[in-house]
Design a protein around this ligand. Structure first.
Ligand code: SF4
Length: 511
């Protein structure tokens, strides 16, 4: 007999988790975080409107990373350390301020998944680190990508359609406020105006979500606010698209060296990624999986139809909110197109992280002239981003003219990362200048004329420029050139009409 056969090691059983019960709902504050401050703040308003006590955590910083490393397992990816450490940091802060019964009065709600990357391990990682940091049994409520909660039907969180729709509305509103900010701020004529409007706009939308008044109306008020900002599009700025791993490209804190604001300070216009794109990706991914199983699984057609309708409703909401903002925010790109762009380089059925999207977006932004430079942010230890980066080398070779920089965020080496981006940014600036010079030549204008025109007739930040060129300055000059060409045409036409009228008059006089 093998010696191990006599061992009586008990079978491993996963420890039972503490629930958030219906009775505890009113006495428990739900903590959450991990997106941009605007998103988190609006989600707080939405949860309060739904009747929960909710509080968003501050944006994670390098102190959160240090705490995450101290209590977390070895070999985790960067976002795990930042987000886990951020929660512990906040709980420690509560404790230091004399809060008692923290485990009873607070719970943390976060998104989760079954993998395949470390995202599937977040829940276990939170529990391990919380236990070691002195918060054993702290409640972690995991909202699965499938739309279920790890708490069962007795949970104090009611996963009703209203719950999801309200949260999605908050996400969309957050996307739009962020997008407007990044589009307008680099061109504002009065420094600080955009940030002031963002703050006011956020409060308007927070109140709308909390008091359950139509978000559309709130967005219309935001439109009024942003319309009062004057912009100067004669400033030549390269457009930089930030892509990469979901958390690393979304956060606006030390987790990505505050890349967005830093790029702006270096003279760029930044294009950020709406969180809503991730939602449409989930719809797309599940539709594709159901399509694959059509021949072997009953009910797949129903699933596909249901998901397509959900996707359509989601996009319709997004467009209604865009309409309230004068269509200034861009529409969400088609997930099918992104997959088609990526298909030759990265199998769209490989999931984990951003999957094929990093590749698809790089190609799309280059081919559609939407950005001069694409910066992909890869967190230290991220498996899916490492795969994408390997493929990007081939994409860059094939596209030839594309400017692409991939950076790894590790919490330190800030200087190295920024100097790499600066090198590419210099090239992007040169391209933007070259583009503008060509447009000036085409329309017979000089930069001096453009600057004077912009100074004399400052545009509102909510005016949408035509998209013919990559840079905002290029599109502004194109618009100016077109309108002066139209004016010249109109003048020529009216001269012609006058000449014909004169001729008719002379003939009439002779008769
Ligand atoms: S995508 Fe990368 S960084 Fe994000 S959770 Fe997965 S392994 Fe970590």
């Amino acid at each position: 007999m093998h010696p191990s056969a006599t061992l009586t090691t008990p079978h491993y059983k996963r420890p039972s988790e503490r629930l958030l019960t219906k009775e505890e709902r009113n006495s428990t504050t739900l903590l959450f975080g991990g997106l941009t401050y605007t998103h988190d703040y609006l989600i707080e308003g939405a949860l309060r409107g739904l009747g929960y006590n909710a509080r968003c955590l501050p944006v994670p910083d390098n102190n959160s990373l240090a705490i995450g490393r101290e209590y977390g397992n070895r070999g985790q990816c960067n976002p795990t350390y930042y987000t886990v450490g951020n929660l512990i940091k906040y709980l420690q802060h509560l404790k230091e301020n004399g809060e008692e019964n923290i485990g009873e009065r607070y719970a943390f709600i976060t998104a989760g998944s079954c993998g395949p990357c470390r995202f599937g391990m977040y829940e276990a990682e939170y529990r391990k680190a919380l236990r070691d940091a002195g918060f054993p049994g702290f409640r972690i409520l995991l909202l699965q990508q499938s739309g279920s909660l790890n708490q069962g039907s007795e949970s104090g969180i009611e996963l009703t359609p209203r719950f999801f729709i309200t949260l999605l509305k908050a996400l969309m509103a957050g996307d739009m406020i962020n997008e407007l900010g990044y589009k307008i701020r680099p061109y504002e004529t009065e420094s600080g105006e955009t940030d002031r409007c963002i703050k006011e706009g956020r409060d308007i939308l927070y109140t709308a979500l909390k008091e359950k008044t139509p978000l559309r109306k709130g967005l219309r008020r935001v439109n009024g606010l942003f319309s009062s900002i004057h912009v100067d599009y004669s400033r030549i700025k390269p457009k930089v698209k930030i892509t990469g791993e979901f958390w690393a490209m979304t956060t606006e804190g030390e987790g990505n060296y505050q890349l967005q604001r830093w790029l702006e300070s270096e003279g760029a216009e930044v294009i950020v990624e709406p969180v809503s794109n991730w939602i449409t990706y989930i719809f797309w991914e599940h539709i594709e999986r159901a399509r694959e199983r059509m021949r072997v699984k009953k009910g797949s057609v129903k699933v596909i139809i249901g998901l397509k309708i959900a996707n359509l409703i989601f996009n319709s909401y997004y467009n209604v909110y865009r309409a309230a903002l004068n269509f200034r925010p861009e529409p969400l790109p088609s997930q099918q197109k992104i997959a088609d762009y990526a298909r030759d380089y990265y199998n769209p059925y490989i999931s984990g992280g951003e999957g094929h999207m990093e590749i698809g977006k790089h190609i799309m932004y280059f081919l559609r002239k939407k950005a001069h430079l694409v910066v992909s942010v890869k967190p230290f230890g991220c498996m899916p981003s490492t795969q994408s980066d390997g493929v990007q080398a081939k994409v860059v070779t094939d596209l030839r003219d594309s400017l692409f920089a991939s950076i790894e965020t590790s919490g330190d080496s800030d200087v190295n990362v920024k100097s790499r981006v600066q090198m590419k940014l210099y090239e992007a600036k040169e391209r933007a200048k070259k583009e503008v010079m060509g447009i000036l030549d085409k329309h017979g204008l000089t930069m001096k004329q453009v600057e004077e025109c912009s100074r004399k007739n400052p545009l509102s930040g909510m005016v949408k420029l035509p998209h013919c060129y990559t840079s905002a300055a290029g599109n502004f000059i194109h618009m100016m050139g077109k309108s002066s060409a139209n004016r010249r045409d109109a003048e020529a036409l009216s001269m012609k009409i006058n000449q014909i009228t004169e001729k008719i008059k002379r003939i009439a006089n002779r008769l």
